[in-house]
Design a binder for this molecule. Structure first.
Ligand code: AMP
Ligand code: ZN
Length: 494
């Protein structure tokens, strides 16, 4: 059995709780994935990076984790009632599934660039229409759903009265819900109660994505898909459900209602919510121009930044805020993150050359052990990445002092140096998911280097020696060397 001291903040109980899995050694985690009707934005990335660290830490602790993150490719409506996918299709002049594929591909690329691990299962809503229809049946059978003109609504008032469960997650009372219900206003008159929400919607003639059902040719409600897919892959009752805190209401509140309404079971023991990414202190918003895409941030092609920042600098920056705090993106904060990230990566390289002749029990060992243990305690305290990073910086100071000779190498034992190495590696790379960008040939640098290699080859073929010499000398200055072999040319850092 895995012993853990991990506590997580459960939005449902509004307190930190020890994480006790339903099945020892196993964790089932469902995270609401993106709606793939346009390019993934940085706010989405922040949420998925946060859950990536949570996933990585659970794996690090030794759990066998089934991580399910869906793709929403139907049913997520805009305030005017249009399906987001149909809108994407109309704007791009594409078939809706082409839109879904295009932006799913883009989303996967971005997740790779941010070095996130792939989920264990990535179900699509359109691939689970039968399961959703089945759930609507169950909800109607249990008396919590009713049909009106081919659409089926969830009866929130009846559910609230019978179970007392509606509004528990969001902390809203039914009177507030009446006032605030914003679900597809044009169908308001069909509902018994304004806070009732559609679990199946009859499609209009021009609607592009629709399926046969016992009630109408239509499509499932957005909230329903997550209930159906989490149940299918994780069972009626699983460990963790996550998403951004903007999803608490109505999405997650309604998911809970649907699960209880269909199987009598609260779906998840722990509800984890990430906070929003801001820019210059304000919510990122396309409409007032306060937005930057991940690519603009990497290239620096935006009035909001003075230069481009690499994906790992952006990831490092995100991890400097706790996932439940807002994360305020500013040029100054990114510059500071860039410096910090470089410092940590350089210290990691320095570590490789540190050696001590004392085998064990040197004077500074216990202080260093305390710092390392502290970093793991921070991760155990609801995944406190900013505090864990602060501990790593304490280690960086020790490493640099050892290198510069301010601390004698006799002060730290060789076993303690080994422990710094393994912990540094585990925390930075395995848990926080950072990588040393200077070490890898992946990403845009590789593409650019291939171009340089081709230009050099062209110059040589044309006997343009000044150009090929210039390329060689410039690369030399950048500590890059090109090796010519039978299979072609390759490059590496010297
Ligand atoms: P969506 O594609 O809008 O369904 O969102 C996908 C995920 O990103 C959800 O968990 C949202 O809560 C989350 N999200 C959306 N906007 C932001 C933001 N500005 N900051 C952090 N997370 C966000
Ligand atoms: Zn969801």
């Amino acid at each position: 059995m895995i012993e853990n001291n991990l506590v997580v903040y459960n939005s449902l109980s509004r307190q930190k709780e020890k994480l006790v899995p339903i099945h020892a050694g196993h964790i089932g985690m469902y995270v609401c994935g993106p709606t793939v009707y346009n390019d993934v934005h940085l706010g989405n990335c922040r949420t998925f990076v946060s859950f990536d660290v949570i996933y990585r830490y659970l794996l690090y602790l030794g759990y066998k984790v089934r991580y399910v993150r869906n793709i929403t490719d139907v049913g997520h409506l805009l305030d005017d009632g249009e399906d987001r996918m149909s809108k994407g299709a109309r704007l791009d002049n594409l078939e809706p599934m082409e839109v879904a594929q295009k932006y799913t591909n883009g989303f996967h690329d971005m997740m790779r660039i941010f070095n996130t691990l792939q989920p264990s299962i990535e179900p699509r809503a359109t691939g689970h229409i039968l399961e959703q229809i089945e759930m609507v049946h169950e909800i109607i059978k249990n008396g919590f759903g009713y049909e009106r003109n081919g659409s089926v609504y969830f009866d929130t008032l009846k559910f609230a009265e019978k179970t007392g469960e509606y509004g528990k997650l969001s902390g809203r009372v039914i009177e507030e819900l009446i006032a605030e219900s914003r679900d597809n206003l044009k169908n308001q008159d069909e509902k018994k109660h304004p806070s009732d929400f559609a679990i199946w919607m009859k499609a209009s003639g021009e609607h592009l994505m629709k399926w046969n059902s016992p009630w109408s040719v239509g499509f499932p409600g957005w909230h329903l898909e997550c209930s159906a897919m989490s149940t299918k892959y994780l069972g009626n009752h699983f460990d963790i459900h996550g998403g951004g805190n903007d999803l608490k209401f109505p999405h997650h509140e309604n998911e809970i209602a649907q699960n209880i309404g269909s199987c009598g079971c609260q779906p998840s023991n722990y509800w984890l919510h990430t906070n929003m990414l801001l820019m210059n202190g304000k919510k990122m918003s396309k409409s007032d121009g306060n937005t930057i895409s991940p690519t603009e941030l990497f290239t620096g092609d935006s009035p909001h930044v003075s230069k481009g920042y690499s994906p790992m600098v952006v990831r490092f920056f995100m991890l400097q805020s706790h996932y439940r705090s807002t994360n305020d993106l500013t040029d100054e904060a990114l510059q500071a993150a860039e410096k910090g990230f470089k410092r940590v990566m350089e210290a990691n390289k320095t570590l490789g050359s540190l050696q001590s002749n004392i085998i064990e029990n040197a004077p500074l060992d216990s202080k260093i052990n305390e710092i390392i243990d502290g970093a793991y305690s921070d991760m155990n305290d609801d995944f406190n990445t900013p505090r864990a990073l602060a501990r790593l910086f304490e280690l960086v100071t020790v490493i640099n002092s050892l290198k510069e000779g301010q601390i004698a190498l006799t002060e730290v034992s060789s076993s303690c140096i080994e422990k710094i190495k393994t912990s540094f590696h585990a925390i930075l790379f395995d848990i926080l998911g950072l990588k040393d960008e200077s070490d890898t040939n992946a990403g845009p640098v590789d593409g650019l280097m291939q171009l340089v290699i081709e230009l050099r080859q062209l110059a040589r073929t044309n006997k343009d020696w000044p150009t090929s010499d210039k390329i060689r000398d410039s690369l030399n200055e950048l500590h890059i060397q090109i090796k010519d072999g039978k299979e072609g040319s390759s490059w590496n850092y010297k």
